[in-house]
Design a protein around this ligand. Structure first.
Ligand SMILES: NC(=O)C1=CN([C@@H]2O[C@H](COP(=O)(O)OP(=O)(O)OC[C@H]3O[C@@H](n4cnc5c(N)ncnc54)[C@H](OP(=O)(O)O)[C@@H]3O)[C@@H](O)[C@H]2O)C=CC1
Ligand SMILES: CC(C)(CO)C(=O)C(=O)O
Length: 318
């Protein structure tokens, strides 16, 4: 097989975990050419010292890519691009990508959210985009150093509904070789909504209370609020013909209880540190938008959205 050009954009919790694993395999096999795209301090740090991943999964926790660049415009003929950024950076990344992708470039966004495919498709009309979601508890410890806790990360991804016959064999082989746990399906939409029901409800409630995944599972008031948000998302999914399992809510709490109790969510960390760039719109904003379009009332989401907005505004003023 000819060498493929693989790019990982964003070396945070997700890119620093999945990108690390792909690069570590490639460092030994030299099968492909891997480029990391990072900016500012992360770029400097990884260029000088490599990317570091602290994880009990690993023996060797530093990896160096074939190339590290600061600007997407320096990418050359990419075959596969992993987009591992927060949602508020997505459009900016996609606009830059329009200048460097070829007809063959495949995009794999590794992000939370149920509207990511559509948002990329608006800017990049023809390329293959693989809908996906990921489970991993990992975060930036310092720029260029990512810490992973708990179970190995897992990727769910599926065919592009616009290009269902694309041959993805080389990508699944790459994931196998990189020891990445994944499930591939023809249609990944149920997996994506299943992740969304978890992360939107847990993210919003943990952000409001500055609590953890464990507290949302066990504190009665937090559990009740998360349950009400999940019910609203379930109704929306149903109206969109996404048939989530009947016991999705119990199942979500059950799955959440397998995370280390103190695991934070990134919305919680961002809101409580007063970060105005955060994924509130990706979660509550999207639920409210779908609710309005599909005539589903979402009082629980509306209430918590307002409360978090107020909390953020107070953080600016203090
Ligand atoms: N972390 C987790 O455990 C999980 C996260 N997710 C989801 O995955 C997505 C990614 O999250 P996560 O990895 O945590 O986010 P992080 O904030 O940890 O990492 C994103 C990285 O992207 C970088 N970045 C943004 N724009 C550019 C650019 N133009 N060029 C180079 N680098 C860029 C940021 O740089 P800088 O540091 O300079 O801002 C940052 O390092 C989100 O949608 C999140 O909700 C899903 C499952 C688990
Ligand atoms: C485990 C957790 C909550 C880590 O932040 C996650 O899966 C996410 O943020 O999407």
């Amino acid at each position: 097989m000819t060498k493929k050009n693989i790019a990982i954009i964003g070396l945070g919790g997700v890119g620093g975990y999945f990108g690390f694993k792909i690069n570590q395999f490639n460092e030994q096999s030299e099968e492909h050419h891997v480029t990391f795209v990072a900016r500012n301090k992360t770029y400097q740090q990884v260029k000088e010292n490599g990317l570091q991943l602290i994880s009990s999964d690993l023996e060797n926790n530093v990896t160096r890519p074939n190339k590290i660049i600061e600007n997407i415009s320096e990418l050359k003929n990419p075959d596969l691009i992993l987009i591992c950024v927060k949602e508020y950076d997505l459009e900016n990344i996609c606009n830059q990508l329009t200048g460097v992708i070829t007809k063959e470039t495949i995009l794999l966004p590794m992000m939370n959210g149920v509207d990511i495919y559509d948002r990329i498709r608006k800017i990049i009309p023809d390329n293959v985009i693989l809908p996906s979601c990921v489970y991993v508890a990992s975060h930036i410890k310092e720029k260029g150093i990512v810490e992973h806790k708990g179970k190995p990360g897992k990727l769910y991804f599926g065919n592009d509904p616009m290009h269902p016959d694309t041959d993805l064999e080389w990508i699944t082989r790459l994931l196998d070789n990189s020891n990445i746990n994944y499930t591939f399906r023809d249609d990944a939409s149920i997996d994506i909504w299943t992740k969304f029901i978890f992360i939107a409800s847990f993210g919003l409630v943990s952000a409001k209370y500055n609590s953890s995944i464990g507290a949302v599972c066990t504190e009665p008031q937090q559990k009740e609020e998360a349950t009400e948000i999940m019910k609203e998302i379930k109704l929306i999914a149903h109206k969109k013909d996404i048939m989530l399992r009947d016991d999705i809510i119990e199942n979500t709490f059950q799955k959440a209880s397998t995370f280390p109790q103190t695991t934070p969510t990134s919305l919680q960390l961002d809101v409580n540190s007063g970060k105005q760039n955060n994924e509130l719109e990706l979660f509550a904003g999207a639920i409210l938008k779908y609710g309005e379009e599909l005539n589903v009332k979402c009082p629980a989401t509306q209430k918590i959205y307002n409360e978090i907005k107020t909390k953020l505004a107070n953080k600016i003023n203090t």
